[in-house]
Structure formats: C-alpha cells, structure tokens
Design a protein around this ligand. Sequence first.
Ligand SMILES: Nc1ncnc2c1ncn2[C@@H]1O[C@H](COP(=O)(O)OP(=O)(O)OP(=O)(O)O)[C@@H](O)[C@H]1O
Length: 260
Amino acid sequence: MQHVRANDGLSLPAALDVSAVNHSYGRKQVLSDISFSVAAGRFTVLLGLNGAGKTTLFSLISRLFDTRRGTIRIFGHDVSREPGEALRRLGIVFQARTLDLDLSVHQNLSYHASLHGIGQGEARARIGALLAQIGMSDRLHDKARSLSGGQMRRIEIARALLHRPSLLLLDEATVGLDIRSRAEILATIRKLVATDGIGVFWATHLIDEVEDGDHVVILHQGRVLADGRVDDVVRSCGASSIREAFATLSGVATADGGRR
Ligand SMILES: Nc1ncnc2c1ncn2[C@@H]1O[C@H](COP(=O)(O)OP(=O)(O)OP(=O)(O)O)[C@@H](O)[C@H]1O
C-alpha cells in the first residue's frame, strides 16, 4: 500500500481512525485489513470503483453493521464500545434516498432533530440557518416529493448537520444528479470544511471530484491501495495525475470510465 500521509494528526485524535477492519458477507470477504485515518477539519475522499466496499465501510463506521474484526474510532471513541460518544460526533448522508416523501421538509428535519434531543425552539433556529446556508429557505413547507434529486440531497445534508457533527460522511452524494447539481453540492460541502471546520469523508467513484490539495484513500476490491495527500500519492506512483495514479495502483484504466 502507498502510505504517504505525514503524521499530521499530532497529539489530537483523528476524526476517524480505522484499524485492521475486515468484513465478509457470508463467505465473501469484501473488506480486507483496512487501516487509514481521516484528519479533523479536512476534506478527505474515499475513491473507489463501484463494488470497492465503500458502502460496507460506511455501514461499519455508522454501526449499521457490527465490526467483528478491527476497530473504528471517531475522535478517539470506539464505535463498538462507546457508540453514543462516537456517533453523536458523526453526520451521515447515505447513497440511497432517505427522506420521507410524504412529509414536508420541515417535518423531515424536525423529526431528526427530536431524535437527537434538540428542543423545538433550537431545532427551528438550526433548520432556518441550515436551509439559508443551502439556499432552500423557501421550501420549508413543501413536501419532500416535490423536490428535485439535487434539492433532496441538499435537505439530506442539512439533516445530517442538524446535531452539529464534527465529521460528515457522504456516500456517493452526487450519484444520479446532473453536472450542475453535482458541482453545487460538492461546492457546498467544500465550503463547510473551509468555513465551519467540519471534517468530511466523501466517497465517490468520480475522479473529477478529487482536487490536488485533498487527502485521498483509494479503496480497491476491499483493500486500501493508497492513503495520503493527493499530490503525494501521485508523486509516489510516478504518475502525473490522480487518474493515472489510480490506474497504476489498481490496474484499472479509471474509476469513472475516463470521464472528465
Ligand atoms: N448484503 C450484501 N450481501 C452480499 N454481498 C454484498 C452485500 N452488500 C454488498 N455486497 C458486496 O460487497 C462488495 C462491496 O459492496 P459495496 O456496496 O460496499 O461497494 P461500494 O464501493 O459501495 O459500491 P457502490 O458504489 O456500487 O455501492 C460488492 O462485491 C458487493 O456485491
């Protein structure tokens, strides 16, 4: 594995630390000895083809699945031993749509706020601020089913931020969206990192969503092939771009079929 990350976490715990994690569905092993960390307050990309194991990894991090081998820590808290402490620091947007289509935007968000024990007045204030941030204040009372795919995604992002997590996980958040919506969502998330200091772990198979200053974890067939700053990973492969580095490491032409 190309492991080029400097020890940039210093004495602070990483936002996410995954150590020697394995996962199998029956006899089929889909994650093999996965280890990497995600620094606080930074945009880190989990890059891998469809089927690489990204969703499985997210299911383990969020504790949808039990981790049987290995450990996962969120800001130093083991998700198996201290799930409450770990998970309250985590916001997650899954690949599959999860809004209740028959409820309004407000109802979808306030239900989530109440699950996190946020009082009604505080929830109203946070919902107002988040909808303003994502440019959707005018849709508060609209039914979720009346929103476009990109708008639904933005509401899901707002919902994931309501309890003010320090680490936000997004699994293929731009899948199925047009180019403009993709760019808007990615820009919204990058801005969150820059202005609010939130750490983001962004899973994608689209190489054009990766920028040179990002950190990247390359996952391929259930194994971590590289982990570090994009420019360091590129250099350590003797490549001229992250696209070429991915091809060199995985033996597959590109993660996204060569799209630019
Ligand atoms: N419930 C399941 N039972 C058996 N195999 C599964 C199950 N879920 C996923 N897999 C297999 O595990 C491997 C990893 O799948 P996973 O969904 O984690 O990958 P991914 O990188 O998220 O891909 P995608 O972006 O297509 O969702 C694949 O080979 C997949 O077929």
